[in-house]
Design a protein around this ligand. Structure first.
Ligand code: MOS
Length: 733
């Protein structure tokens, strides 16, 4: 029996009454030791008996069709087992949360490096050798456009919104800015490469995969293989980061399953790092025009955000660049508009904080420029424009911590000491401070979980994943808090698609959505036990494996000599209609910019966030820190570069795709969570955190660069060559 719960109204704050001190504590990950000692098996480390190895064969043209394969040079290689190909290999990558990946005609090639088949051998080495030697013939379509600026733009008007008169407001403004920003494509660059190990038994597929959202991935894989979903079992107990790249299935899952079925052997397919870059969804590059107008008091009268993104034909996902611009600030005239270039680069999809990560880079830098024109502290400009209700929908906001984050952060960071632009120097270094708002929509995605309480403790079961985010720890804490157990008395079983289906990990919604189902199941057990002992809900006390009511103490173990299992499912309800829930916060950065090399060193960073109840202070902080570091990467380092002839990604490894390394990130990176409860979000009053840490972070860094140097850079990342050219342009001393 699953109890269905809809989030229809603000919920009582049970987790403030249970009093265990477990929820919110900075508890270590229970699986941490396994991970750091190499004993937590990731997908690629599964070694079923008889395992054979597959290497993806990939297109060496940009656009056209495969007309044939020549296996002549490889057939006699020792241990060569065969080449597999077919329409299921050339389907576009799935985006997650949808069942079908758009089907392509047999052999269709839409981008350079696209997987078109799988070569299998007894050893990985032979498979790799054969993949390099197999002949492939093509019908090539020459001249495929690979540069978004060289294709016609299509309107994506479905999400466009317009109120008031932007042009009129711009003309009448006391101050305005009309600025263009460009951001490059980004790679998710998860540490664990994409991998699958597939085996079949009695017509049922078991696949170990690097995946974020198993219930959707199960449907996608069943769809790709024309199977009943019941014939697919996915396992992903440990996942080494996803950041969107593992939201949907990709080529290795389908390929491993097809070859394993044909060979009747377990097949392992692990993408090389270069393949991950080429064949996994990237973040689109963006072109963004920001128009902001304000009256003399610094009240926004108009906000316009036009953007252009790209993707291959037939992919529905388009980077939602203006996602945060729609609700962050109030203004009577508003225009959000998107255009898309259809080209032949690697397909684009969700990468960490899709929309906000790049959209807020532009918006929050434009706000800084507007503040400068108004001769207003950028902190005050933001404080003056916080809307009462969602500017587009009129919905009430749930807990909204933007103003408090800005004020609290300014106090902690010493914002008062911000120098006049371009005035503070330490030898070759120019020093400056910047800030930016943070915002990321908080979502509740349907989730189910089962909790079983028995004599020796509790067990949590759900298909939810832990992609490095702390799910194992958090779920143990939720159940321990509700039932008065020690966290190590709670066993957490995750990421098996045969378990109750959850939101999975994505969009920063996992801990709160799947966690709420765990909470509700545990709460149901609590209520059942209270009923059994005839206690009054407000006076019972669960602690130390006991429950006390009316002066009598019962051992939980005695009450559940027969294990008690409860399953709960949560869905969004009325509160999602009446209210808009988002995490808010503020980023502060101090930088030093070298006059000599153009290098930007981040010296200090502070993020202050309102994310509702913190479920685990340590894992939440790690999420925020990781996000802020990505913000630094987006501002200063990260860029996918495409070959202008073929569109393929050059620099397809972590030596050439520059993510921030330790030396790029200051020790002084501080995270503060404001005490907050989001009563309309879910029954735990919690919100998502990971993506909030990115959203705006890079803009704080770039605004600090301006404060240090007077330089406005609008083409990211702000690499030293651009800084030097900019300083030269300013006539640097
Ligand atoms: Mo995230 S881009 O939804 O994993």
């Amino acid at each position: 029996m699953t109890e269905l719960f809809r989030m229809n109204e603000a919920q009582p704050r049970l987790l403030d009454e249970t009093g265990q001190g477990v929820i919110g504590a900075p508890m270590d990950r229970p699986e941490g030791l396994l991970k750091v000692t190499g004993r937590a098996p990731y997908a690629a480390e599964q070694r079923p008996d008889g395992l054979v190895h597959g290497v993806l064969l990939r297109a060496t043209i940009t656009h056209g069709r495969v007309t044939g394969f020549d296996e002549g040079a490889v057939k006699d290689l020792p241990g060569y087992l065969g080449l597999f190909h077919g329409p299921e290999f050339v389907a576009l990558p799935a985006q997650g949360m949808s069942t079908a990946a758009p089907l392509q005609p047999d052999g269709a090639v839409g981008y350079h490096g696209q997987p078109i088949g799988l070569v299998v051998a007894e050893s990985f080495e032979v498979a790799r050798d054969a993949a390099a030697r197999i002949g492939i013939s093509y019908d090539e379509v020459p001249g495929a456009p690979v540069d978004p600026s060289a294709t016609p733009l299509e309107a994506n008007s479905g999400g466009d919104t317009e109120t008031g008169d932007l042009e009129a407001a711009m003309s009448a403004a006391a101050a305005s800015v009309d600025l263009t920003y460009t951001t490059p494509g980004h790679a998710a660059a998860a540490m664990e490469p994409h991998a699958a190990v597939a085996e079949w038994q009695d017509g049922r597929l078991t696949l170990h995969g690097a995946l974020q959202m198993l219930q959707f991935n199960k449907a996608e894989l069943a769809d790709a293989l024309s199977l009943d979903p019941d014939k697919v079992r996915l396992l992903a107990p440990y996942v080494g980061g996803g950041f969107g790249s593992k939201l949907g299935i990709s080529a290795e899952h389908v390929a491993a399953a097809v070859a394993s079925r044909a060979l009747d052997r377990p097949v392992r397919v692990v993408m090389a790092r270069q393949t991950v870059f080429d064949a996994v969804l990237r973040r689109s590059e963006t072109w963004q025009r920001l128009r902001l107008a304000a009256d003399a008091e610094g009240r926004l009268t108009a906000i316009g955000h036009d953007d252009r993104v790209s993707n291959v034909a037939d992919q529905g996902f388009l980077e939602p660049v203006s996602a945060a611009t729609r609700f962050l600030y109030a203004a009577p005239s508003r225009l959000m508009r998107q255009h898309v270039s259809r080209n032949h680069r690697t397909p684009a999809g969700s990468v960490r904080a899709p929309g906000e990560a790049v959209g807020m880079l532009a918006l929050e830098c434009a706000m800084d420029e507007l503040a400068e024109r108004l001769n207003l502290d950028p902190l005050d400009l933001r404080l003056r424009n916080i809307p009462e209700t969602h500017p587009e929908t009129g919905q009430a906001f749930t807990a909204h911590a933007l103003a408090e984050s800005l004020r609290d952060g300014a106090r902690r960071f010493g914002w008062d000491a911000r120098p006049e632009t371009g005035t503070r120097r330490e030898g070759e270094w120019r020093i400056g401070m910047g800030l930016a708002s943070a915002a990321r929509t908080n979502l509740l995605i349907p989730s189910a979980a089962r909790v079983t309480l028995g004599p020796s403790g509790a067990v949590v079961e759900t298909d939810m994943t832990d992609i490095g985010t702390g799910t194992y720890a958090i779920f143990a804490q939720i159940v321990a808090e509700v039932l008065g157990l020690a966290p190590d008395q709670v066993e957490v079983r995750l990421a098996d698609s045969d378990l109750p289906p959850s939101s999975g990990s994505g969009g920063s919604f996992g801990a709160s959505s799947a966690g709420s189902a765990v909470f509700l199941a545990a709460r149901k057990i609590r209520e059942t036990l209270i009923e059994r002992i005839g206690g009054a809900p407000n006076t019972v006390r669960f602690a130390d494996g006991t429950v006390e009511a009316g002066g009598t103490r019962h051992r939980l173990a005695d009450l559940v000599s027969e294990p008690l299992a409860m399953e709960a499912k949560i869905e969004k309800g009325e509160t999602a209609k009446s209210h808009f829930s988002s995490g808010f916060g503020a980023h502060f950065a101090e930088v030093a910019v070298s006059d000599v090399t153009g290098e930007i060193r981040v010296r200090r960073m502070l993020g202050v966030f309102g994310i509702g109840r913190v479920l685990n202070a340590k894992t939440a902080r790690s999420q925020a820190v990781g996000g802020m570091i990505w913000g630094v990467g987006a501002a200063l380092h990260e860029a996918l570069e495409h070959d202008p002839r073929t569109g393929h990604i050059v620099g397809r490894d972590l030596a050439n795709y520059h993510v921030p390394a330790h030396a790029d990130i200051p020790r002084a990176l501080e995270v503060v969570f404001l005490p907050e409860r989001d009563d309309e979000a879910n029954p735990m009053q919690s919100k998502g955190i990971g993506e909030l840490g990115i959203s705006g972070a890079g803009a704080a860094v770039l605004n600090a660069v301006h404060n240090a140097t007077g330089l406005r850079l609008r083409d990211y990342p702000a690499t030293p060559d651009k800084v030097i050219a900019g300083l030269d342009g300013l006539g640097r001393a």
